[in-house]
Ligand binder design. Structure first.
Ligand code: FMN
Length: 218
């Protein structure tokens, strides 16, 4: 049986665009794979404690035989989180833009995984595994707009997923998600709706690309 690992990081549930697009995407992948299980981790509802990261990280500077019980527990918890990605056939990460970066919850999850030797820079544990990054942004950041270059979240998480962990990454981005509720963005609402439709369409057709990747000769 195939398995999909899905991580959500939106701090809202109702009205969350990243969750909605990830729903479409996971449904599409599951339908294509047949009998897939979904392992869901919601780091907004159930955050990885930030001191889990710091304890596990500092253990890396101490010989293992000298680890404290807290360091042992932290490394075991980090390994359990890492197992979820190692064990999956497909990875889906939903990452809204918050304050021009990723959520602290997503950052802590990534930092904690990197304390696991299998996810340290230079390792190839999940190299080539199909993965999707679902990005949502309230505003617009396209070339020529006043805030072009201000999205520091997507660049960072892409660097981790595609370059550090070497996942085979596709990105589905939806901008202008605040247009519907922001009077100053009223003139952008048609564009926002069009982008949202396109994102769901991309998500719907992505299942096929996963099966092609999984069946491709290594
Ligand atoms: C605390 C907070 C900070 C945000 N910061 C930004 C930001 O810096 N830039 C932006 O374009 N949108 C920002 N937004 C808007 C979100 O990116 C947007 O609502 C997105 O759709 C959130 O994902 P979701 O729909 O899955 O909840 C912010 C939203 C919140 C709640």
């Amino acid at each position: 049986m195939s398995s999909i690992f899905r991580l959500d990081s939106s701090i809202r549930v109702n009205g969350s665009v990243s969750r909605a697009v990830a729903d479409t995407l996971v449904d599409s992948i599951a339908a294509e794979l047949g009998d897939a299980t979904v392992v869901a981790r919601d780091v907004a509802a159930d955050p990885v404690p930030s001191d889990l990261w710091s304890t596990a990280a500092l253990a890396g500077f101490t010989p293992e035989e000298q680890w404290s019980p807290e360091q042992r527990d932290a490394r075991a918890s980090a390994a359990a989180l890492a197992d979820e990605v190692v064990d999956a056939d497909v990875v889906v990460i939903a990452a809204p833009l918050y304050n021009f970066g990723v959520s602290q919850h997503l950052k802590t999850w990534v930092d904690t995984l990197i304390t696991d030797p299998r996810f340290a820079p230079g390792t190839e544990t999940v190299k080539g595994k199909p993965a999707f990054l679902v990005v949502t942004r309230g505003g617009g950041y396209g070339e020529g707009t006043p805030r072009a270059g201000w999205d520091h979240g997507t660049a960072w998480i892409r660097r981790i997923l595609a370059d550090v962990w070497q996942l085979d990454l596709d990105i589905i981005e939806t901008e202008l998600t605040l247009a519907e509720v922001t009077p100053q963005m009223a003139e952008l609402r048609d564009l926002a709706r069009q982008q949202l439709t396109e994102s769901h369409e991309a998500a719907r057709t992505s299942g096929r690309s996963v099966t092609l990747k999984l069946r491709a000769p290594v």
